[in-house]
Design a protein around this ligand. Structure first.
Ligand code: NAD
Length: 264
């Protein structure tokens, strides 16, 4: 028996990375999945998720386009009958020092990450309330909990996603709707590669890897497993949480004492 048997899930950012991996995990656990993304699906997880879940709409849109998001949600509800789970995985990196940041860069990052979380929630909530339940999982970041050099717009948007999550958890709890966030550490996806594989970033990439106590970057399926837990009824008493899934990135610092103690 699958952990999401009988459920319908809508996943944004489903074409790539964490969204595609979540779609695949959901489909493996018996959910019918629908996907939204601005780009067509990359080879790999989404096509496999679509195959597993049979009838599985994939709608290409810009998540900042509220009207398109509402139309897509209506289309999915009519094709699959309901939406029980929303996983908001669409997002972009970006930022830079605030004194140099063009307005357009701020708007791009904050709008995709924050309105891109808000709009799908607004579109699915009426149906969830009508049916008396649902589960929403927002992908925030460890960078929504603490700062990171040059993070500015990205960190501000992810911090806001965490508080939006908590507020929605309070507002919709008595309607049977749970709202949680997952805060990934640095995960090996196209988004991470596009920043850390830039010229001059090799040493920084190594330091960031080292800042994860487990000594490596995460894999998209490791985040998908946490999204699956939060989305499923196994998390029936969990709401309003922002769970770091980060290989120990948020645990604290490493200065070499562990080596002195023979712990490598
Ligand atoms: N990779 C990491 O290290 C990391 C760490 C913490 C949080 N996150 C978050 O996880 C989420 C998924 O990122 P990922 O690492 O899988 O990256 P990714 O680039 O592989 O996937 C993000 C997806 O979002 C889609 N997207 C971007 N802008 C969009 C728009 N305007 N409309 C619709 N879709 C849009 C992209 O097309 C892409 O398919 C993001 O919110 C990201 O901020 C990633």
């Amino acid at each position: 028996m699958g952990r999401l048997d009988g459920k319908v899930a809508l996943i944004t950012g489903a074409a790539s990375g964490i969204g595609a991996a979540s779609a695949l995990r959901f489909a493996q656990e018996g959910a019918r999945v629908a996907g939204l993304d601005v780009q067509p699906p990359l080879d790999g997880d989404w096509p496999e998720a679509a195959r597993l879940s049979g009838e599985s709409p994939f709608i290409q849109l810009d998540i900042r386009d509220k009207e398109a998001v509402f139309e897509a949600v209506a289309q999915v509800e009519s094709a699959l009958g309901r939406i029980d789970i929303l996983a908001n995985c669409a997002g972009v990196g970006g930022g830079g020092p605030v004194h140099l940041m063009p307005d357009e860069e701020w708007d791009r990052v904050v709008d995709i990450n924050l309105k891109g979380t808000l709009f799908p929630c607004q579109a699915v909530l009426p149906g969830m309330m009508e049916r008396g339940g649902g589960s929403i999982v927002n992908i925030a970041s460890v960078e929504g909990i603490e700062g990171f050099e040059g993070g500015s717009a990205y960190n501000a948007s992810k911090g806001a996603v965490i508080l939006l999550t908590r507020n929605m958890a309070i507002d919709y709890a008595r309607k049977g709707i749970r709202v949680n966030a997952i805060c990934p550490g640095f995960i090996d996806t196209p988004l991470l590669q596009s920043t850390l594989d830039m010229e001059g970033m090799a040493i920084i990439k190594e330091r960031i890897r080292e800042a994860h106590q487990l000594g490596r970057f995460g894999r998209p399926e490791e985040i998908a497993n946490a999204v699956l837990f939060m989305a499923s009824d196994e998390a029936s008493f969990v709401t309003g949480q922002a769970l770091p899934v980060d290989g120990g990135y948020m645990a604290g610092h490493r200065f070499g004492v562990a080596e002195l103690m023979g712990l490598g």
